[in-house]
Write a protein that binds this ligand. Structure first.
Ligand code: 3PG
Length: 306
């Protein structure tokens, strides 16, 4: 059996070593395709793979057609919007993710970006502190919960909304549970997005929603660029010079944001949320274990295309 790691954005070396150990101890072979620049390289590499470990790499119908022996794809990470689940199912390929494994890394970056934002991107002028500010967490999943834990250390007043998580669970974490996304934007000085990109959430963070933020509000996005209605956000930021937008996923219109909103917009050059050795080790080794568990014992826990 051949397991391929196909990562345009590579794992830390120590994580690749750990994955290799898991795969080879199970008696399988490991192949590595890192930093590829053309889809053709991926199409070629998947040709004889039985299993593939990916990150944000695109697995579409063409890739699945090329992967004649493929049985399982594991997205080493949380969001699997980069995998065509219907096409995978049609090709009889199991798709899994590794929920929770990189969530602390993403949550820590939220605060790296927030301190940077409230201190005016380190321009030397007096900024503000996070202590005492109202933080809204949109979706109380693995990342949202870690954000809440860290926010407590900063002395923030923490609110959350999650359409699928009971209020009691949110309250039990010492967080105020609110009834809607609208309420979160109405109440909070800062809103941090932790929703997946789905047909329901795409473009859901729009002009009307963000305009609910109080004066000086900050929107922080370490989730997906697709959840933002960019045209609406641009229009709003043109009208409201008090708002800031910081993101770990460059918008499709990154140049326009950078030109129009200098001093109140920042995006990391490459998505950095999960780029820590720890997150790579956790997610990468979890992916390897899940592949071995599936190929050897048929375990389908974490399958997302059931
Ligand atoms: C995830 O969904 O797990 C994060 O967005 C991390 O994505 P990455 O593996 O491409 O860094």
């Amino acid at each position: 059996m051949k397991v391929l790691i196909a990562t345009e954005k590579p794992f830390a070396k120590v994580a690749v070593d750990g994955i290799r150990q898991e795969i080879e101890e199970a008696g399988y072979e490991l192949a590595l395709l890192e930093k590829y620049t053309e889809k053709a390289q991926l199409l070629d590499a998947v040709n004889d793979a039985d299993a593939v470990i990916i990150r944000s790499d695109i697995i579409d119908n063409e890739v699945l057609d090329a992967a004649k022996q493929l049985k399982i794809v594991v997205r080493a990470g949380a969001g699997y919007d980069n995998v065509d689940l219907e096409a995978a199912t049609a090709h009889n390929v199991v798709v899994m993710n590794t929920p929770g494994q990189n969530s602390n890394a993403v949550a820590e970056l939220v605060f790296g970006l927030l301190v940077f934002a409230v201190r005016n991107f380190y321009n030397g002028k007096a900024g503000t502190e996070l202590k005492g500010k109202k933080l809204g967490i949109l979706a109380f999943g693995n990342v949202g919960r870690n954000v809440a834990r860290i926010a407590e250390g900063f002395g923030m007043d923490i609110y959350a909304y999650d359409a699928f998580c009971p209020k009691e669970v949110i309250e039990a974490a010492g967080v105020h549970a609110v009834d809607s996304t609208e309420a979160l934007f109405d109440i909070c000085d800062i809103v941090s997005l932790h929703i997946p990109a789905t047909p329901e959430t795409k473009n859901s963070i729009n002009y009307e929603m963000v305009n609910r933020l109080p004066k000086g509000g900050i929107l922080i996005n370490t989730a997906r660029k697709e959840v933002i209605d960019e045209a609406g956000l641009i229009k709003l930021m043109e009208e409201r010079e008090d708002l800031k937008y910081v993101s770990d996923i460059a918008p499709a219109n990154a140049d326009e944001f950078a030109t129009k909103f200098a001093g109140r917009y920042f995006a990391t050059p490459k998505k950095m949320g999960a780029q820590t050795a720890e997150a790579n080790i956790n997610a990468g080794i979890a992916a390897a274990k899940q592949i071995v568990g599936f190929l050897r014992d048929g375990i389908t826990k974490f399958q997302v295309n059931k």
